[in-house]
Ligand binder design. Structure first.
Ligand code: HEC
Length: 155
């Protein structure tokens, strides 16, 4: 279906005005924005982590290029996460963060650093195309997800 140009412009303008009105009425707080940001990053990270896990577990055949591409993405996302945990995200509804994190920030940050470091190693190792090493580096990284979730994420 093709729209006439004036109709398309009218449609676009209406959409923009509507979006503007919603924003003016109900501006999301900095905390809500940060929560959305970190959840989105976790989603993107998990989306890319999954296929590597399937290969590492032998559920699908190992594809070195595919594995390396996804490892690069995870390594790119990991260092962006800590920005998603400002003080404004304390006690927000729809968050699975355990409040215990705020009293253990240094430990939480150290666990985040483990993810950053190990995902960087994973990306480097993945480029060699060595399955055994890539698999080991994958599980080292997966351990960092679990270590943090066990302590700081409500299931
Ligand atoms: C340093 C801590 C930490 C590490 C490391 C970590 N996570 Fe999380 N993750 C969390 C916390 C806390 C939440 C809950 C966020 C919230 O709801 O406020 C979360 C939430 C998630 C979510 C749900 C996002 C949503 O839409 O609600 C996914 C998926 C996820 N993590 C995947 C991973 C994967 C995969 C890894 C490792 C590659 C990982 N996480 C590593 C702390 C961590």
């Amino acid at each position: 279906m093709t729209f006439s140009r004036p109709f398309a412009i009218a449609l676009l303008t209406t959409t923009c005005i509507f979006a503007g009105a919603v924003q003016a009425d109900d501006p999301p707080s900095k905390g809500e924005q940060a929560l959305k940001y970190r959840k989105s990053l976790y989603q993107v990270m998990a989306w890319n982590f999954g296929p590597m896990g399937a290969m590492a577990q032998g559920k699908v055949p190992y594809d070195a290029a595919e594995f390396a591409k996804r490892a690069d993405r995870v390594a790119l996302i990991a260092p962006m996460l800590s920005e998603g945990f400002p003080a404004e995200t304390r006690n927000l509804p729809h968050s699975e963060l355990k409040p215990a994190m705020w009293a253990n920030r240094a430990d939480f940050d150290a666990k985040m650093k483990n993810l950053v470091d190990r995902s960087a190693t994973l990306a480097t190792v993945a480029k060699t195309g060595d399955f055994a090493q890539s698999k080991a580096a994958f599980f080292d990284t997966a351990d960092t997800c679990k270590a943090c979730h066990d302590k700081y994420k409500n299931e």
